[in-house]
Design a protein around this ligand. Sequence first.
Ligand SMILES: [Zn+2]
Length: 383
Amino acid sequence: MADLKELFAKVDGQHEEMIALWKKLVNRDCGSDNKAGVDSVGQDIKEILEGLGFAVRFHEYEKAGNMLVADYGDFSKPFIVITGHMDTVFKDGQAAERPFTIRDGKAYGPGVLDMKGGITVALTALKLLKEIGYDRYAIRVILAGDEEVGHGNSNAAEDYMKEAKGAIMGFNMETGYLDNGIVVERKGCRRYRVEIDGVGAHAGNNPQDGRSAVEELAHKIIDIQALTDYEEGTTLNCGVIGGGTVANAVPEHAWCIVDVRFRTMKGLNRVDQAFKEIEKKQYVADTKTTIFPTITIAAMERTPESVALCERANELAVKAGLSPIHPKFVGGGSDSAYLVLAGVPTLCALGLRGEFNHTVREYAVVDSLFERTKLFITLLLGL
Ligand SMILES: [Zn+2]
């Protein structure tokens, strides 16, 4: 095995270059709805990877940032996948308004943590490994352009699974955690819209002719919330409701949006079945309920293979003199779900450590840029 100490010294010799690349990736608008912005990030990363000898192609989508796929090495050998996303949650103008800045060891800027830092780690690690002639595995890099919107306007979820299928390990460079936990399990999310039609009537003249959609919804919200099962890891939240028009009319229409978080498909299926019953039920005669899912982000289900991979990764980290890592479970989703669905043992959250994703308070610990690059090099050489 290559001398890790030498490689670590090389990482330390790259600080300026790494910060410059990180800054370049942050200082541009590339929100999920800015396809041109995301695609231009893809072009820059393509150039970098081609410079390292990768063959780069894109899955092109009409209404979403394209997915970059880059291959390196001999694919008759086992291959690994390295994944992430190029889009952010931020609107245009943010890059100019609050560009990449470092204050007191923390870096700020749109997407600095989620996940331009992780991309910088991966690109730097690949560059340094290429310099020592890395050929342990073939490598496939997959970077999505619309992760933050759950691939709602593209086939990226399916394309992810197709590209990852057959890989022996997966590494997602998503946002890391301050406690050094490496994610092996994430909840999935599905949203449903509940629509209720009743019968409108004047609240004073003929209320008895009305069928209140709001009243029906009120009953059903209680039923929906009661489906939460903490032990199973399935929680439901009727987060937004609406209905009626004026106080003196029996409301003809009401609706709500339900956010469901689930650990397993079994939990999601239970909710789905229950919703069919709730749909049929009538508390207020003559009302009609329709419930339908809008978006779904798959769960990253915990597998023994991912946990074992994390344990081996920790042994390697400790042996290399790096901070210990441990398997972690989190509520928020990521594309790692698709790697696991494709049957790939996966470690997620290998990116920088920091906090407050998706807000203007988002920051990344600058030192973790270098620590995480050392960790990733260690894992690619040892696992
Ligand atoms: Zn992310």
